[in-house]
Write a protein that binds this ligand. Structure first.
Ligand code: SAM
Length: 322
């Protein structure tokens, strides 16, 4: 139905020996505390596990953000105006995007950007089959610089960054991301960004440590990926998933905790773990409406409107490039 453009790729295939992944894992595990970036969760299996997380009872952010998009559809459409080019960061399966594609008037094209190449391609094919507009997938890492293809009109770009994925950045990195996004989207751009709100710690921890163990499998899959792509010998059973809330920093942390003292070899390099030592794999910062608007301002955006779900769990900010 729509026109599917060829995947534009700025990311090397995640094959054995991928230089960036290798260097990041070797340096991240040599650090104290041991740390790995959450962008490495998303191999094909990681993307599938994330989709399973969005279906969990405990994982309120997807339902709440969807409810915010649905209950404020008309106001969001008025904020965006007619004829925008929709550019989505970390698009995954592009499920929430469908609400925008159905409610925004005269969209010119849809540009999903994601680090998980095969998953992105499959989602782009589904969207092009279901909607009559050009779909232009871009395989890129949005923590670095890249360009949009020339076919994306330069004027009237609308960024979309749902999923509270912006919460994975610490505040200085979030500000740097927002500035890069403003440069990429250009003057006069608008940006819809989903930011999870601060709330009761028990509810937050449950959302990142579900009873079925899907989030644990998602976290542990990173070790499986290291074993496969970097000749690692992690014993997955020797690590356990842990979600912690840090009230001072206002963030959920995900860790992989070593159950015993052990040695692990990766790409010929040996790493020691003490019993109880962890690899810090993800942060998810939680905001208030004011603290997120302030962050956006530092990133070069004015928060012109905020929309919440009926329960007030999650916020969607309508930003305008300053
Ligand atoms: C938390 S999921 C959100 C997916 C979807 N947007 C949603 O709201 O349900 C994060 C998405 O961002 C992608 N992603 C994570 N880090 C990325 C990076 N550095 N560059 C590009 N995509 C990234 C992942 O592959 C995944 O699809």
């Amino acid at each position: 139905m729509g026109v599917l453009h060829k995947l534009e790729s700025f990311v090397k295939a995640g094959a054995a020996g991928d230089d960036e992944f290798r260097a990041a894992v070797l340096s991240g595990l040599a650090r104290h505390p041991k740390t790995l970036e959450p962008k490495f969760f998303y191999d094909e299996r990681g993307s599938q596990l994330f989709d399973a997380i969005t279906e969990l009872e405990e994982y309120y952010p997807t339902r709440a953000e969807t409810a915010a998009l649905e209950s404020h559809a008309a106001e969001i459409a008025a904020f965006v105006g007619r004829g925008a080019s929709l550019v989505e960061f970390g698009s995954g399966s592009s499920v929430k995007t469908r609400l925008l594609l159905e409610n925004l008037a005269g969209l010119r094209c849809y540009v999903p950007i994601d680090i998980s190449g095969a998953h992105l391609q499959a989602a782009a094919e589904r969207l092009a089959a279901d909607y009559a507009l050009p779909v232009i997938p871009v395989h890129a890492d949005y923590t670095g610089a890249f360009a949009l293809p020339d076919v994306v009109p330069a004027a009237g770009r609308l960024g979309f960054f749902p999923g509270s994925t912006i919460g994975n950045f610490d505040p200085p990195a979030a500000v740097a991301f927002l500035r890069r996004a403003r440069d990429l989207l250009g003057p006069g751009a608008r940006f819809l960004v989903g930011a999870d709100l601060q709330k009761d710690a028990a509810r937050l921890v449950a959302a990142y440590d579900d009873a079925q163990g899907v989030t644990a499998a998602f976290n542990l899959n990173l070790l499986r990926r290291i074993n496969r792509e970097l000749a690692g010998d992690f014993d997955l059973a020797a690590f356990r998933h842990e979600a912690r809330y840090d009230p001072e920093l206002g963030r959920i942390e995900m860790h992989l905790v070593s159950r015993a003292a052990q040695q692990v070899t990766i790409a010929g390099h040996s790493f020691s773990f003490a019993a109880g030592e962890s690899i810090h794999t993800e942060n998810s910062y939680k905001y208030t409406l004011e603290s997120f608007a302030d962050l956006a301002r530092q990133g070069g955006w004015r928060s012109e409107a905020q929309w919440l779900d009926p329960e007030g769990l999650f916020s969607l900010h309508g930003l305008v490039a300053d």
